[in-house]
Write a protein that binds this ligand. Structure first.
Ligand code: NAD
Length: 491
């Protein structure tokens, strides 16, 4: 592995101060929590002041006060503001991408792509604000007309994870606001800096006080927010365990719930596939973004005739991956997001090995010129579907290879998981593609593509333990962020 010195001297290394935004005011509660660069823990990236329970109370009250005027605003006015958010993200693109790489640890090219997608999301939903329609029908009775319109629901609590700290807040905020709701964002406590810049942009774009607000902090603040009876909509992305806790907090009251959770995504490689393309998809899908993606290909299922050849080529590619500081141009894989995440992944590797899985490569903590949470990407080979490594979402640079005798067994293995987010197949056969489309149980299917990488103008989401409720993104998300009203008019 090459070792390069990162361009630390070129960065503005002063910690970014992060505060909650409540009723248009920046609120600095308690003492600041430091967030260190996962590629170089000597650098403090941000200092976040976590909200208290009373701040959540104030935010919900301010949102309720702001809601009627925002809901009544013309779609054009809302669209203009969201479009401006997109333009301001583009204008601050370099700053956002660099902060994202320093705070979360993804490589700079990946951070740039995320910043771009975040801008595009706001611009897409700016357009959607104008397109929200209803329907007009004749009544079943004489001289009566019926209109079914869609209207905003109210106050949306948006709770987001650290692994896409710009784009996930963007894909919740943009539709929530476009369709006339007030939004309170509770970003991950590990990426308050990205949330701070995003919140500055929304304010600069003219989103009124109380319409967009942000409360910083961890699970305590998140649960106070989602449990608040003044909140009408809860949209959460994160782990399945937290999703279950949130579902319990919302239970018994009339709030709409949307959960986007974990994954254990299969990638099938058939013997007739373009093996070079499949190899590239397996490596990038499993290990890029340090494997910290809900759609990562953590189970690679290879058809028997090519299994030895494919596994050995995969092993060589994994061994050659460059792990390093997120800002070094040659790094393909950055650090894990935190020491805690690295410890969790290490513990899962021990469990997997303890349960008999064969670790062919990687898994060790790596020393780099800077002290960070680096780990050599890990590949298990010749594993069986019921082994620990194939049952649990590890959420790090870890993948396993399984063998299948043919298409039927490959699809059965792919479906053998409580999750169901994304699933992929590489094959040249249309019959195999069709069988995969008909029988795979995942919410998103990728044919001759990586399991990661999705578009924002179509729905995103999974089945089973990977999700609950209306899918995110695409115009379909309007059915979550609006509700219908039926109006009868006698002529
Ligand atoms: P997490 O569940 O630990 O935290 C997510 C958010 O929930 C954070 O903001 C956290 O502060 C908050 N939170 C924690 N406990 C809470 C509680 N009791 N009540 C309310 N809020 C609470 O997840 P994470 O570690 O930040 O992210 C990684 C997980 O996210 C992985 O499981 C990954 O698969 C999943 N993920 C899913 C998708 C998807 O769209 N399906 C996308 C990205 C990440």
């Amino acid at each position: 592995m090459n070792v390069q010195t990162p361009m630390i001297g070129m960065q503005d290394t002063r910690p970014l101060e992060c505060t909650s935004l409540i009723a248009g005011d920046r609120v600095r509660s308690g003492s600041g929590e430091e967030r260190r660069n996962p590629s170089d823990t000597s650098e403090v990236v941000s200092l976040a002041f976590h909200a208290k329970a009373r701040d959540v109370e104030h935010a919900v009250a301010a949102a309720r006060a702001a809601f009627p005027a925002w809901a009544e605003l013309t779609p054009q006015a809302r669209a203009d503001m969201l479009d401006r958010v997109g333009s301001l993200i583009q204008a601050r693109h370099g700053e956002l991408a660099t902060l994202l790489a320093r705070e979360e640890g993804k490589t700079l090219p990946e951070a740039r792509a995320e910043a771009t997608k975040s801008a595009q999301l706001f611009k897409f939903f700016a357009g959607e604000a104008l397109r929200l329609g209803g329907r007009h029908v004749r009544s079943l009775r004489e001289r009566i007309e019926v209109d079914v319109i869609r209207e905003p629901v109210g106050i949306a609590a948006l709770v987001t994870p650290w692994n896409f700290p710009l784009s996930i807040p963007a894909w919740k905020l943009a539709p929530a606001l476009a369709y006339g709701n007030c939004a309170i964002l509770k970003p991950s406590e590990l990426t308050s800096g990205c949330a701070q810049l995003l919140s500055e942009i929304l304010v600069d774009a003219g989103i009124p006080a109380g319409v967009f607000q942000m409360v910083l902090g961890g699970g305590e603040v998140g649960s106070a927010l989602v449990a608040h009876r003044g909140v009408d909509l809860v949209s959460f992305t994160g782990s399945s365990a937290t999703g279950r806790a949130i579902a319990r907090l919302v239970e018994g009251r009339q709030a709409q719930l949307q959960l986007e959770l974990g994954g254990k995504n299969p990638l099938i490689v058939m013997a007739d596939a373009d093996l070079d393309a499949a190899l590239d998809a397996a490596v990038k899908g499993a290990f890029y973004s340090t494997g910290q993606r809900c759609t990562a290909s953590s189970r690679i299922i290879v058809e028997e005739p090519v299994a030895d050849r494919f596994t050995s080529a995969l092993l060589s590619r994994v061994q050659a991956l460059e792990v390093g500081h997120a800002l070094v141009a040659t790094s393909q894989i950055g650090p894990l997001v935190s020491e805690r995440q690295l410890d969790g992944v290490q513990a899962s590797l021990l469990s997997a090995q303890g349960a008999g899985s064969e670790l062919a490569w990687g898994g060790k903590r790596l020393e780099q010129p800077t002290a960070g949470h680096f780990m050599a990407p890990a590949l298990f080979v010749d594993t069986k579907p019921d082994e620990f490594v194939n049952r649990h979402e590890i959420f790090g640079p870890v993948a396993s290879v399984l063998r299948a005798s043919g298409l039927d067994e490959a699809i059965a293995i792919a479906n053998d998981t409580p999750y169901g987010l994304s699933a992929g197949i590489y094959t040249a056969s249309h019959a195999a593609m069709t069988a995969f489309k008909q029988r795979s149980t995942a919410g998103m299917l990728m044919i001759n593509l990586q399991t990661v990488g999705t578009d924002y103008h179509v729905p995103f989401g999974g089945n089973g333990e990977s999700g609950y409720g209306v899918r995110e993104m695409g115009p379909e998300v309007a059915s979550f962020f609006t509700r219908s009203r039926t109006i009868y008019t006698a002529g």
